[in-house]
Design a protein around this ligand. Structure first.
Ligand code: AVI
Length: 325
């Protein structure tokens, strides 16, 4: 049940900290029949650190599997790409993945983009000290809906670097639209180096998104703290539990937050009752077959020039070139 809230005087604690557009997005998701909150809200400063911890977990295979592909085939990738590119890191986080490639790729410019601007600033400052010869720029942007790059980004030889299978957090339709926006932001000499998680057995996927230590649970639950801040909401984290599992029919892992008991949540201008077991959908993580991943790129203006996988075929890194217009 959703009721409007009486008008209240705004104080520092009940004031939403989100921009009007972000607040409207959260408000709509909280009011939706099947409540949902975008996974981009998983990444406040603590969420970004919890995600770093997830990447260290034995159950979370994508990070180390992708790293093993870069370690094994990095020189081949560098030969295919060549030096002097404008390396644009989408969702850069701590910039560690791109930094490992610098000695191989020798980019002319490194542009790190991340929604978590504070986290990014610290990462870039550290990195610039280590690689003082590379021109670096950090952009605190939400690139999920638009990807207009400012003039400071060199137009020549743009290489979008999108590792970690973050593309999987979009629906296939959204992923196609996103890739087309990236294609529109590069000339015919542009390209993409992308990591894509592949379909595998559901036990492996279930464990990766519901680990024994509960780090993924903390990551998911922390979203509620973030929403409390952004929307002046009063979620009590202890009233919610994490759910993360592979939905084979949909070809995706889903994360949800499930009410442990009947409860009511209020936020600026709204309130909603949840019954025990009712959920808020917080993330999808699509898993692709290799042929589907290549097809997605081709439909979006990129030709998959090279595909590298690990021996088990769990993960793919693809170098795709812009299809000339
Ligand atoms: C960032 N993204 C690719 C991660 C994933 O695997 O979908 C986010 C994540 N969610 C839970 N664990 C990791």
């Amino acid at each position: 049940m959703i009721n409007p809230m009486p008008t209240t005087r705004l104080t520092e604690t009940n004031r939403p900290h989100a921009s009007p557009a972000v607040f409207a997005e959260l408000d709509a998701g909280l009011r939706a029949g099947a409540a949902c909150i975008s996974p981009k809200f998983l990444y406040d400063a603590l969420g970004s650190r919890l995600f770093e911890a997830i990447c260290e977990l034995p159950e979370y295979y994508p990070t180390r599997t992708e790293a093993s592909i870069f370690a094994r085939h990095g020189h081949e990738m560098a030969r295919a790409i060549g030096p002097g590119s404008t390396l644009i890191d989408l969702g850069a986080g701590n910039c560690a993945k791109a930094a490992k490639l610098f000695p191989l790729l020798h980019p002319a410019q490194y542009v790190a983009i991340d929604i978590s601007a504070d986290f990014l600033r610290e990462s870039i400052e550290r990195l610039q000290q280590r690689f003082s010869h590379i021109e670096m720029t950090g952009l605190g942007l939400d690139f999920s809906n638009s990807l207009d790059l400012p003039g400071i980004v060199r137009p020549e030889r743009r290489l979008f670097f999108y590792p970690g299978s973050s593309i999987g957090n979009f629906t296939p339709e959204q992923a196609g639209a996103f890739l087309r926006r990236a294609r529109a932001q590069c000339d015919n000499d542009g390209g993409l180096l992308i990591g894509i998680d592949l379909v595998k057995d559901s036990a492996t996927l279930d464990a990766a998104y519901d680990d024994a230590l509960g780090v993924t649970a903390a990551f998911n639950l922390n979203l509620l703290r973030h929403v409390n801040h952004l929307a002046a909401a009063d979620f009590d984290v202890r009233q919610w539990r994490h759910r993360g599992y592979y939905n084979e029919a949909q070809g995706r892992v889903e994360m949800h937050l499930e009410a442990r008991e009947a409860l009511t949540v209020s936020w600026h201008g709204g309130t909603r009752a949840f019954v025990a077991g009712q959920r808020i959908h917080t993330e999808n993580s699509y898993k692709y077959r290799q042929s589907a991943a290549v097809g997605l790129l081709e439909q979006s203006g990129f030709h998959a020039a090279h595909v590298w996988t690990d021996p088990a075929g769990w993960f793919a890194v693809i170098h795709a070139r812009a299809i000339p217009i």
